[in-house]
Design a protein around this ligand. Structure first.
Ligand SMILES: [Zn+2]
Ligand SMILES: [Zn+2]
Length: 146
């Protein structure tokens, strides 16, 4: 999880929500959540294995699960990916804009705020999704798993 990006999410929400404050739920907890939604964001990976020769990789298909909890709390679980070269599990550096935008959009939907569906150009020009390397696919949570 990336609690440090909470302020970016708030920036994207401005004052449009019908609640006084939105808080980041500090626990990655599926059982107490009221709602959840699987989607994907962009980011880049550096292999976590120091002896690996991989120069890292970017992904437009990082799986995340956004959750809403009681008392106006939310959080998002970001799934890691494995390195193509050495299979080490690596945590991404997120594209903060895509993270905040995607979460803010979902939260507005959940609170009944009118939103236009953002336009994403990611469907073209991207490489096929590698299910073997995606932890979201493994958890059955990836929107690219088909
Ligand atoms: Zn590697
Ligand atoms: Zn996947």
């Amino acid at each position: 999880m990336y609690p440090a990006l909470h302020s970016d999410v708030l920036n994207h929400l401005s004052s449009s929500l019908p609640i006084t404050s939105l808080t980041f739920h500090p626990f990655d907890d599926a059982t107490s959540s009221k709602k959840e939604y699987d989607t994907n964001i962009m980011g880049r990976f550096v292999c976590s294995n120091d002896s690996c020769t991989s120069t890292g990789w970017t992904s437009k298909k990082i799986a995340i699960t956004i959750r809403l909890y009681p008392d106006d709390e939310y959080n998002a679980r970001v799934y890691h990916q494995r390195c193509k070269k050495c299979n080490s599990l690596s945590r991404p550096f997120l594209d903060e804009e895509s993270y905040a935008e995607r979460i803010a959009y979902r939260i507005k939907k959940w609170y009944g705020v009118d939103v236009e569906r953002p336009v994403y150009d990611e469907t073209k020009r991207t490489k096929p999704h590698n299910r073997e390397l995606c932890e979201g696919c493994k958890a059955g949570r990836c929107s690219f798993a088909e």
